[in-house]
Design a protein around this ligand. Structure first.
Ligand SMILES: *[C@@H]1O[C@H](CO)[C@@H](O)[C@H](O)[C@H]1NC(C)=O
Ligand SMILES: *[C@@H]1O[C@H](CO)[C@@H](O)[C@H](O)[C@H]1NC(C)=O
Ligand SMILES: *[C@@H]1O[C@H](CO)[C@@H](O)[C@H](O)[C@H]1NC(C)=O
Ligand SMILES: *[C@@H]1O[C@H](CO)[C@@H](O)[C@H](O)[C@H]1NC(C)=O
Ligand SMILES: *[C@@H]1O[C@H](CO)[C@@H](O)[C@H](O)[C@H]1NC(C)=O
Ligand SMILES: *[C@@H]1O[C@H](CO)[C@@H](O)[C@H](O)[C@H]1NC(C)=O
Ligand SMILES: *[C@@H]1O[C@H](CO)[C@@H](O)[C@H](O)[C@H]1NC(C)=O
Ligand SMILES: *[C@@H]1O[C@H](CO)[C@@H](O)[C@H](O)[C@H]1NC(C)=O
Ligand SMILES: *[C@@H]1O[C@H](CO)[C@@H](O)[C@H](O)[C@H]1NC(C)=O
Length: 400
């Protein structure tokens, strides 16, 4: 029955060709790569870094779109420092964090506790990190050792990740700052929670540098340091509905350290609350820096016992530094503080302390209604600052 053989073989060939075509054209979109299937134990004590990297490599090297690396719930994964390296073949990849990720119990148990980053994402385009899981850096052994911040690891580090989204996750007790965004564009950070004790040192919430078009909204950040720090190269940044505190408020800078040229512009901070923070809306620049910070708006801000609710310090000097002669400063202009209400934890509610070399220009203080917790008359202080004020603090700013 030779004649019936041929159609059979043909059918097989047709099927194989069909399957290959389908694979090539990305029919396998939406595939899920579960770290447990790549050897992760998820028992909270085994080093699962290798399994995570293997799962990542499998996902990142496959074609098709909408690939998911799944970190499943009901498991606790211990990770040593690791890098999720891009670029990936898929134009959109997700890391779905549903379970828990923990760092080694203390810094002695890290394979390298001097790593600059703990979990690092590098050059991944179209990355979404989402889920209801948590990542806990167990940072207390770093804080207690008084290690300089620059020698401690950042919890989640994103570099060169355009079209980045971070949604839903919680980050606890980072050894250093919780999230760093560096050299990224089109970033959306929503509904995340960053938590560390109020007295943990140098544990910023979100640090941004050399990045454009960043939106942060509906977030809770209480880490003991800056809720957000906008460092050099932060351009087009919107922060909305952040509950900030305990910590140091939302800060532009510090900029211009060691004579560096720094630029920050087009920043809008709206509808945020500062609860028991050491600062509220803050801009700080070092003496002798270059560049500028401009087109910045802090609007609709609610304060609860905030110290330094409004502060610009153009002659910022970190503790332990000696005073220096100033020949330049990062220029500060077009900064608006509008509709602030609530209580200040100290009598001085506004401090705009600018350099006599560069001055601050076009500063607007509008509808500022801050009372002091102890009932004293609020104190305002402006030096070398020009601009407009539409309330009782007229005269603080010099008119131009
Ligand atoms: C991406 O894949 C995940 C997991 O398969 C799925 O839940 C989700 O709906 C997909 N999203 C899109 C936009 O296709
Ligand atoms: C954990 O696993 C990673 C990846 O295999 C490895 O580089 C690292 O040295 C391991 N760390 C420890 C402490 O075993
Ligand atoms: C910034 O990120 C982009 C996109 O990932 C990359 O191509 C570029 O080399 C990075 N630039 C620097 C200075 O690292
Ligand atoms: C920030 O908000 C302004 C005004 O609402 C809007 O024009 C701008 O596109 C927003 N920028 C980003 C990066 O979302
Ligand atoms: C401000 O944020 C609160 C919640 O944090 C929300 O209820 C309110 O609608 C927001 N207002 C505006 C104008 O966005
Ligand atoms: C501020 O924080 C304290 C504790 O840190 C909390 O008890 C209080 O309810 C918060 N207040 C507001 C207005 O969120
Ligand atoms: C001042 O900043 C605001 C907000 O970023 C911007 O809309 C406006 O165009 C700026 N004004 C000037 C003169 O640059
Ligand atoms: C300051 O007020 C003057 C006069 O009311 C107005 O012309 C000017 O545009 C205002 N400047 C700013 C920065 O709001
Ligand atoms: C300022 O705030 C206080 C306390 O919240 C309030 O009683 C008062 O009416 C406010 N004043 C203005 C001018 O909004």
């Amino acid at each position: 029955m030779k004649s019936s053989y041929h159609p059979h073989i043909m059918e097989i060939i047709v099927r194989v060709v069909f399957v290959l075509t389908v694979v090539n054209f990305g029919f396998l979109n939406g595939q899920v790569y579960d770290v447990l299937k790549f050897g992760a134990k998820g028992d909270g004590t085994t080093n699962d870094s290798e399994a995570f990297v293997e799962a990542w490599k499998a996902m990142c090297s496959s074609g098709g779109s909408n690939k998911t690396l799944l970190i499943p719930s009901d498991n606790t994964f211990l990770l040593q420092p690791l890098v999720f390296q891009g670029p990936c073949n898929s134009p959109s990849v997700q890391v779905k964090l549903e379970g828990k990720i923990v760092a080694p119990l203390n810094k002695a148990a890290w394979s390298d506790f001097k790593s600059y980053e703990w979990v690092s994402f590098n050059k991944i385009i179209g990355l979404t990190v989402l889920g209801s899981g948590t990542i806990n850096g167990r940072g207390s052994s770093f804080w207690e050792a008084n290690m300089p911040a620059s020698k401690r690891p950042t919890q989640l580090y994103f570099e060169g990740c355009n079209n980045l989204e971070i949604n839903g996750i919680a980050s606890l007790d980072s050894p250093r700052n919780h999230i760093s965004i560096h050299n990224c564009t089109q970033v959306k950070i929503t509904q995340i929670k960053l938590i560390a004790p109020g007295d943990s040192p140098n544990t910023d919430g979100i640090d941004i540098s050399t990045s454009t078009d960043v939106e942060i909204y509906d977030t809770i950040v209480g880490t003991g340091d800056d809720c957000v720090a906008l460092n050099s190269g932060s351009i087009n940044i919107n922060i909305t509905r952040m509950q900030c505190g305990p910590g140091h408020g939302i800060s532009v800078g510090s900029l211009g350290k060691d004579g560096e040229e720094s630029i920050v512009e087009n920043v809008q901070v709206t509808n945020c609350t500062f609860n028991e923070t050491n600062n509220g809306a803050r801009i700080k620049t070092w003496p002798n820096g270059k560049g500028y910070a401009r087109n910045i708006v802090f609007m609709d801000i609610t304060l609860t016992e905030t110290k330094n609710p409004i502060i610009i310090d153009q002659q910022y000097i970190d503790k332990g530094r000696i005073d220096v002669e100033e020949s330049s400063a990062v220029a500060i202009s077009n900064v608006t503080f509008t509709n602030f209400h609530g209580t200040s934890g100290q009598d001085e509610i506004i401090k705009i302390d600018c350099s006599e070399v560069t001055y601050c220009k076009d500063i607007v203080l509008d509808r500022i209604n801050i009372t002091t917790v102890d009932g004293n008359k609020p104190i305002v202080e402006c030096s070398n600052a020009y601009g407009n004020s539409t309330n009782a603090y007229d005269g603080c700013l010099k008119t131009q």
